[in-house]
Design a protein around this ligand. Structure first.
Ligand SMILES: [Zn+2]
Length: 135
């Protein structure tokens, strides 16, 4: 059975995208299954199979999400942007884009806006991976 959008979304959102590091989510066309593998602990079951790497929302070391967040906050007031930037200088961008309850810099409303951006990007990546799965 092909993976559901929910399964693909979960794998793409959590995908470190680094086989030689934290690991990588891949899809096996032979088994029709998502699996996780990494050089330090490879999943060898699919070695002889038709396998493709899944995309990553925020590949390890890429800072992709932080860069998207910096562009995203340009729509906010200069005062608010300055606050977020000062927060990020002290505690890092990864934390700045989290909700204040979780130690981040964002309010309910801001988190909701930022979630929409992430969800749209995940949706795009799921559609992209559907094409990969079918190849
Ligand atoms: Zn397989």
């Amino acid at each position: 059975m092909p993976p559901t959008d929910r399964m693909l979304t979960g794998a793409i959102a959590a995908n470190p995208g680094r086989y030689d590091g934290a690991g990588e989510y891949r899809y096996c066309r032979t088994c029709d299954a998502i699996f996780f593998t990494r050089a330090a602990q490879p999943d060898t079951k699919h070695d002889e199979h038709n396998v493709v790497a899944l995309p990553a929302l925020n590949q390890d070391g890429s800072d992709r999400l932080s860069r998207a967040f910096k562009v995203f906050i340009q729509r906010w007031s200069e005062t608010r942007r300055d606050e977020i930037e000062r927060f990020a200088q002290r505690r890092g961008w990864e934390l700045a884009m989290e909700h204040a309850d979780g130690g981040g810099a964002l309010s309910d409303e801001e988190v909701a806006q930022w979630r929409q951006v992430i969800e749209a990007e995940l949706k795009r990546l799921v559609a992209e991976s559907r094409a990969l799965l079918a190849d």
